[in-house]
Design a protein around this ligand. Sequence first.
Ligand code: ZN
Ligand code: ZN
Length: 262
Amino acid sequence: MEVKVHKIGNVEDCDRRVVRIVHISDTHMRHNDYIDHLPHGDILVHSGDFSAFSIGRYFGNKTSDRDRVIDEINKFFGKVNFEHKVFVPGNHELSFDVNTKAYIEERLTDVHYLQDSSINIEGINIYGSPWNSKRWTSYARGFAKNANKLIKHWNLIPKQTDILVTHLPPEGILDLATKKFSGLKNLFSRNSACDVCCSSHEAYEHWGCKDLRNIILKGVRPTLHLFGHVHEDTGIQEIDGITFSNAALKINQTINVFDYYI
Ligand SMILES: [Zn+2]
Ligand SMILES: [Zn+2]
């Protein structure tokens, strides 16, 4: 598999220590397909939705089956060869939402679990938050709240964060998803420019959060923001000196890899 490495941080100063970060997301129970082609790195970050679209389809449909997902996640991180591993859950992690953070932390022995918390690895401050906005068309509502209630979680992000990991994208950045029932809606709408990005995309809508975008660009200003959730708009984008990475289900494509010059 092709590996294209994106340089971030103090790139001009070649005496800097370099830490390689590999970002994956939304593996939806296809994690074993990733194992053989994960590029080498120092830190592996998974930004949520490890669980299947339907847990019932993957295991059974009982509470104990949901619990088995937690073991499966731990097993995966135990197998992959990285010095440091970080996991932030997403809206499909229904088995997490029903348990306490302490319980999950105790079960995940082979990975650093971040839920509104941070960790310093190799001198880099990494903060993780699983929160996302509730959508009426989705049953997967782990860590999901109404969009206007998310700000209280974003306000917890420390100012000295170098790498921010969320499941949800910021509004207008790698966050365009196909509208459900767009054909029906289009009957009643004209081809007008979008308020967020000023382009016209009648069949797509922005799933990202406006408050998250404001806090990142105007407040926290991390070097790197890693997220997933929107499978159709993956990639890497740089805005105003901050690098954004959406790695959702990039199973047969180039994996997002960064060299962080500290
Ligand atoms: Zn738009
Ligand atoms: Zn998701």
